[in-house]
Design a protein around this ligand. Structure first.
Ligand code: GDP
Ligand code: MG
Length: 715
């Protein structure tokens, strides 16, 4: 059994109620983007239920709508539903019946579940069940997914349509009863007659429906993958012929459908006095000026709280992991395995879990905004600005959350309808300046620039990255990801009070997905990096450090040995690092990064940072032989950077190198979790690979221009 219907009619709520599942529910269109399955125990035996993405019509162009079409018709290996329950919003019945009509037209056994009856009743909207039943020839059951009314009646209606235990199909009788009470103009009927034999369908009625689907869906710019070329060519020819004869095919089909729906009144409404609460709120929220102010205020609070409220929790998590590491180190014998456990695993897992407070908070706040219905309004407000850049209005929320972390931002692109819009958003979100870049900017700016310039530089980096993200959207949207930007056709749902249980449950489900998926990647990378930095261990030292130590002891009068010994330890560590695999890699890539002003030591940091950007700071600490806990404001690391010299005596880090380094960090795809998230959300290694390559090339070129340009200008 499939649950189909327009977006936001409560299909998933009903699905959860029937199957006891906890699939994601939200008060706006586009929440369900993948099909969900569960089991519903009916009196006559269990039935498999599929919840499919909402769609306004079977003439489907976006990828989610195609998922719906496939599920309803049982195409492409999808199981063919024995019965489709059409979940209809009882308060918007006529518009909802447009889709229902197409399902009935295809001869698929159907039940109409008029959902949101609790709301309809409160608004004094009374659907005329008898009239609907006789017009469409299907059972009609009033229900409410929220209160649970009508579930028994729904079960009975569905049960009656399913084959009984012996497997005999009662449905045949029902199919025969499906009315053919509507007609299309002669030109449409002729086209259907021509196309129906060409499509691959089980029954004549279905062939007719698929022919209609092709007529409405295929056009020169569609993204449909699985239309046979012969059918495609024929449809285009038929449409062109009709156009030449003065008939628009789409128009003819859609008009005759609505003519049928409008012929007989299907609901009785008592007009309500005054404006509804939703209309009164929207007068402010959608106001060109106040709407923007309210929106900016909301986002300001959201942002601020992401940074501010999660700080104590982040500190606590860091403390717990640090404590756990010390504990493990104290309890276990010193050795390679202990190092791996403490530095690789505990440190690696810690670096992921540290993101958790921000992510929980983001999902909690977004959940409240989503379940209330506010997000649809936001998409509407910012659509104009986004349109200019070829982005979809709904891409705004992912872009914004990209300032905190690209991983949840990429997951948030699921709300976009078309694959092209989703991909475009995914490709530019990682350019937004995420919080992991902050420690790097802080280190570089504090080490190389006078304090009077620091604030401006930091703001400059944020402006730069936002500008580059928008620029990239403009360029990619006009080249590689060209294509029709889906118009923002958005239903503004009524405001509903968010339900805390729903919000918390969704927050947890999303956080768990983040932890398991991104967590495995980051942990693996950290372990690999630790290995590269720590091995091989049996190298021949560049100098005899023990002799140096002895020397230090011999000269007790001139130098305090503790300081000198620490210095020698650092030298030894740096020497080992230079000979480690990572050090060798750093020197191997030096020719590539030298034109950007980076030496091999920065190269080692960059290699580490390709797992996760924050790793750069601690890697640089190791590289400069300081060891221990390095933070971005650790003065010794800053001083080391500032005083580091090339063999010829010139400083390694000039302000120009610093800018070049920050530009590189702003633009490069140094985050395996992001790449993994893109791969998962786009279901394509190719796009994940493209993201990585294009950002790396962009970063390299921009740094090259900055560094070489700066040198020409004499910096
Ligand atoms: P879907 O897009 O069709 O899957 O719809 P959802 O299940 O995500 O629900 C959309 C919104 O309608 C959510 O805010 C639900 O809480 C709400 N909702 C669903 N069914 C009912 C109902 O019967 N009564 C009321 N009052 N709200 C409902
Ligand atoms: Mg849904």
């Amino acid at each position: 059994m499939a649950l189909a219907g327009n977006p936001n009619t409560g299909k998933t709520s009903l699905f959860n109620r029937l199957t006891g599942a906890s699939a994601r529910v939200g008060n706006y269109a586009g929440v369900t983007v993948e099909r969900e399955e569960g089991e519903w125990r009916l009196p006559g035996g269990p039935v498999q239920v599929v919840d499919i993405p909402g769609t306004y019509s079977l003439a489907a162009r976006s990828s989610e709508e195609q998922v719906a079409v496939r599920a309803i018709f049982g195409l492409d290996g999808e199981p063919r539903p024995l019965v489709v329950v059409l979940v209809l919003d009882a308060t918007q019945l006529v518009r909802n019946l447009y889709l229902a009509m197409q399902v009935v037209e295809a001869g698929i056994p159907a039940v109409f579940a008029l959902n949101l009856m609790d709301v309809a009743r409160a608004q004094q909207i009374t659907p005329d069940l008898e009239v609907i039943r006789s017009r469409f020839g299907v059972p009609v059951v009033p229900v409410s997914a929220r209160t649970g009314e009508g579930m028994r009646e729904l079960a009975a209606a569905v049960d009656a349509l399913l084959p009984d235990a012996a497997g005999s199909a009662i449905q045949a009788a029902q199919q025969a009863a499906a009315p053919s009470g509507w007609h299309y103009p002669a030109v449409v009927e002729a086209a259907i007659a021509e196309l129906a034999p060409m499509v691959n369908a089980a029954r004549p009625q279905e062939a007719r429906a698929l022919a209609l689907w092709a007529l409405l869906s295929v056009d020169a710019g569609d993204e449909l993958m699985d239309v046979p070329p012969a059918v495609r060519a024929r449809v285009l020819a038929l449409r062109a012929a009709a156009q030449a004869a003065g008939t628009d095919m789409d128009d003819a089909i859609i008009r005759s459908r609505y003519a049928f729906l409008d012929a007989v009144p299907l609901v009785r409404t008592i007009p309500q006095a005054g404006k509804s609460l939703t209309d009164r709120i929207d007068a402010w929220v959608l106001h060109p000026l106040f709407g923007m102010v309210i929106f900016l205020g909301t986002m300001g609070v959201l942002f601020q709280s992401l940074f501010a409220w999660s700080d104590p929790a982040i500190g606590a998590i860091e403390a717990v992991f640090g404590w756990g590491g010390d504990l493990a180190r104290g309890a276990l014998p010193a050795g390679v395995l202990t190092d791996l456990l403490v530095e690789g695993l505990i440190g690696g897992v810690g670096s992921v879990v540290v993101f958790l407070p921000q992510i929980l908070l983001l999902f909690f706040l977004l959940g409240i905004l989503e379940d209330s219905g506010y997000m649809s309004r936001v998409a509407f407000l910012v659509d104009r600005l986004m349109k200019a850049l070829g982005l979809h209005g709904r891409a705004f929320v992912p872009m914004l959350s990209g300032y905190a972390c690209a991983v949840p931002a990429i997951m948030a692109t699921r709300t976009l309808e078309s694959r092209r819009d989703r991909l475009l958003t995914m490709m530019v979100v990682p350019l937004m300046s995420c919080s992991a870049r902050l420690p790097v900017y802080t280190l570089v700016i504090a080490a190389l620039f006078p304090s009077s310039m620091r604030g401006i530089l930091m703001v400059g980096m944020y402006v730069f990255s936002t500008g580059m993200a928008l620029l990239a959207a403009g360029v990619l949207g006009r080249t590689l990801l060209k294509g029709r930007r889906m118009p923002l056709l958005l239903e503004l749902p009524p405001y509903r009070l968010p339900r805390l249980a729903t919000v918390l449950q969704q927050m947890w489900l999303r956080a768990r997905a983040f932890l398991t998926e991104a967590g495995t990647v980051i942990t693996a990378c950290t372990v690999v990096l630790w290995f590269l930095l720590s091995f091989p261990r049996d190298t021949v030292p560049g100098q005899d450090f023990d002799a140096l130590r002895q020397q230090a002891w011999d000269q007790v009068d001139s130098v305090i040995p503790d300081e000198r010994l620490a210095e020698i330890d650092a030298l030894e560590q740096a020497d080992r690092l230079q000979q480690s695999y990572a050090g060798r890699l750093g020197r191997a890539i030096e020719p590539v990064i030298a034109p950007l002003g980076f030496d091999w030591k920065i190269g080692v940091g960059l290699i580490g940072a390709f797992a996760a950007r924050e790793v750069f700071v601690s890697t640089m600490g190791l590289v400069y032989g300081i060891g221990g806990d390095i933070t971005e404001d650790s003065p010794s690391l800053r001083e080391k950077l500032a005083s580091e010299r090339h063999p010829d005596g010139s400083p390694v880090y000039t302000p120009l190198t610093g800018v070049s380094l920050m530009v590189f960090f702003a633009l490069s795809a140094q985050c395996m979790s992001t790449v993994a998230a893109v791969r998962r959300e786009s279901r394509s290694w190719a796009w994940a690979g493209f993201l990585f390559v294009y950002m790396t090339v962009l970063a390299w070129s921009a740094s090259l221009i900055v560094y070489q340009g700066g040198r020409v200008l004499g910096y």
